[in-house]
Design a binder for this molecule. Structure first.
Ligand SMILES: [Cu+2]
Length: 141
């Protein structure tokens, strides 16, 4: 009699443990579904010392992305301009020293897209001329 009582209380602990595992399992699965649904990648670009890092980024055709631009120069303002060709720039952002800005990059056709910083101080070379330039390569699917 005593034995069976102990056994049944252990059984209910096992049940509670099982429920907790199912609950955690649901959380993990729902997180996973959410993550795979919200697949917009975040690409971080550092702007400092007249260069972009990385200098080259890659995306697939028709894939949008979020560009996180981080100006780690404490004083020097920079900008980020991306061109598609003859049209006006698809992205044009100004960043103060130490500023971080996120911009959404629209899905783009396959190709190579140059980006650069056009800032310039009086008669000095522009940041682009000093090497502040990079490329986005959109790969065909
Ligand atoms: Cu610059």
């Amino acid at each position: 009699m005593e034995y069976s009582h102990k056994h049944s209380s252990r059984g209910s602990i096992k049940k509670i443990t099982l429920h907790i595992f199912i609950f955690i399992g649901c959380l993990v699965i729902s997180n996973w579904i959410y993550a795979s649904d919200d697949a917009t990648p975040v690409i971080e670009l550092e702007l400092s010392d007249y260069r972009f890092s990385p200098r080259e980024i890659q995306l697939s055709t028709n894939q949008s992305a979020i560009l996180r631009l981080v100006n780690t120069d404490s004083v020097t303002p920079h900008n980020f301009i991306m061109e598609t060709g003859n049209d006006s720039p698809i992205v044009e952002v100004d960043l103060l020293g130490g500023e971080t800005v996120e911009v959404k990059l629209p899905p783009l056709p396959a190709g190579r897209y140059t980006f650069y910083c056009s800032n310039k101080l009086l008669f000095m070379k522009s940041h682009r001329e000093k090497g502040m330039e990079g490329i986005l390569i959109v790969n065909p699917e």
